[in-house]
Design a protein around this ligand. Structure first.
Ligand SMILES: [Zn+2]
Ligand SMILES: [Zn+2]
Length: 404
């Protein structure tokens, strides 16, 4: 358990995570880290099995603690279907000949993968009441330590409460070899945190929402470190991979500390996730979460800048003013990093902003603008700025072979 005393209304934050191991060759320590478990059910997909699962399986088998393994098809999505598959394969019924006996459950679920595998296993762990952990293969999102998972269910993307990982094992040399699109997605998910914390501050002032200064400061610090090193992402330096991984884990940890995704998800996530949902509604496979969130972050930044210039609301001016230097740093980062975009169509871009406001019950800049009759105007105006300033390549052009 990780605990933190605090001066906020919660006074005390804790999560059930026991070990966070971020190091070179971290997976070699898997049997030591999971020494208390003896019937481990390992879940991977074909890609993650190749890069890490095979080795983890071998180590667990040697230690006598592997129950069995399930390998899903490559790039398996966090869908109700895959949650169902993992659930159905969790037991080893074929070994039980007593038809009156209950199915023997594993005592631990180990997810080997990143966003999708992790979210799928978290859900199964929560429903079965079995602890789970993750051997992460790509620093592509902040869900490793999170308490919620967005899952695809019957044509909808729904955020469910799920288990928090007991163990997070990040092998830096494996993560450094992750597909470049996933590395970019990790940075995209991370740069939005400035917007998320600013939204949280605005809500604290305008709606009296609970706010934890310590958590907010931790997230801002991790974001700063990540923005600082990400310009060198292409080199896949272990120090860059470490900073991104640690930033994402810390952001997830803060979500769990807080009990909601408030410290890590504001305007940018509501817009980005709406674009994802629009894909799902049209029967398409949604784009990478972090890529959508990255693009939406630029929309959010430009709306904040516009409001800062035009408003005479003193409070808003002061709050936004504190974050302007951080927004400048993100803008500079984009000049070097060139995060690819997926939404270039004006109507789609604007619809994401308008519908994003009600993506979840959360007070953000979107609600502030809507209440003052300004949202539609701002959405249209920032589209031009965002495309002119931040767009370099379309995701599909940069990664033509990317599936899912
Ligand atoms: Zn606190
Ligand atoms: Zn995210």
């Amino acid at each position: 358990m990780i605990e933190m005393e605090c001066t906020c209304a919660q006074k005390h934050h804790s999560i059930p995570t026991e070990v966070i191991e971020v190091s070179d060759h971290a997976i070699e320590k898997v049997t030591d880290i999971l020494a208390d478990y003896h019937r481990i059910f390992m879940v991977a997909d074909e890609n993650t099995y190749e890069v890490a699962g095979k080795r983890v399986e071998e180590l667990l088998r040697q230690a006598g603690s592997l129950s069995h393994t399930l390998v899903l098809p490559p790039s398996a999505l966090p869908s109700a279907e895959n949650v169902g598959r993992v659930l159905m394969e969790a037991g080893r019924d074929r070994e039980i000949y007593d038809i009156n006996a209950w199915s023997r459950n594993p005592d631990y679920i180990l997810a080997v993968g990143s966003g999708s595998i992790n979210d799928t296993c978290r859900m199964v762990s929560y429903r079965m009441g079995i602890p789970y952990g993750v051997a992460g293969t790509a620093p592509s999102m902040d869900g490793y330590a999170s308490v919620v998972a967005p899952l695809l269910n019957h044509g909808k993307k729904i955020v469910y409460t799920c288990s928090i990982a007991r163990h997070i094992i990040i092998d830096l040399s494996i993560n450094a070899r992750a597909p470049y699109a996933l590395l970019l997605a990790g940075v995209g998910d991370m740069i939005g945190k400035y917007v998320a914390i600013l939204d949280w501050e605005i809500s604290r002032e305008l709606t009296g929402e609970y706010y934890c200064k310590q958590i907010a400061e931790m997230v801002l610090k991790a974001t700063g470190q990540c923005v600082e090193v990400s310009k060198d992402l292409k080199n896949r330096d272990l120090s860059v991979i470490r900073a991104t991984s640690e930033g994402l884990i810390l952001s997830g940890k803060c979500i769990a500390f807080c009990g909601s995704s408030r410290p890590a998800s504001g305007t940018e996530h509501m817009i980005g996730q709406t674009w994802e949902v629009m894909d799902v509604e049209e029967g398409k496979v949604p784009n990478l979460h972090g890529i959508e969130v990255g693009e939406a972050t630029f929309a959010a930044i430009e709306m904040f800048r516009l409001l800062f210039r035009e408003t005479d609301d003193r409070l808003m001016k002061d709050l936004i003013g504190k974050y302007l230097p951080a927004f400048d740093r993100i803008e500079t980062l984009q000049q070097t990093l060139r995060l690819p975009f997926t939404v270039m169509d004006r109507n789609r871009f604007v619809e994401g902003i308008l519908r994003g406001r009600t993506f979840r019950a959360r007070y953000t800049l979107l609600q502030y603008l809507y209440d003052r009759g300004m949202l539609e105007d701002y959405a249209g105006r920032v589209y031009d700025t965002v495309m002119k300033k931040y767009f370099f390549t379309a995701f599909k052009e940069q990664f033509p072979d990317w599936e899912a």
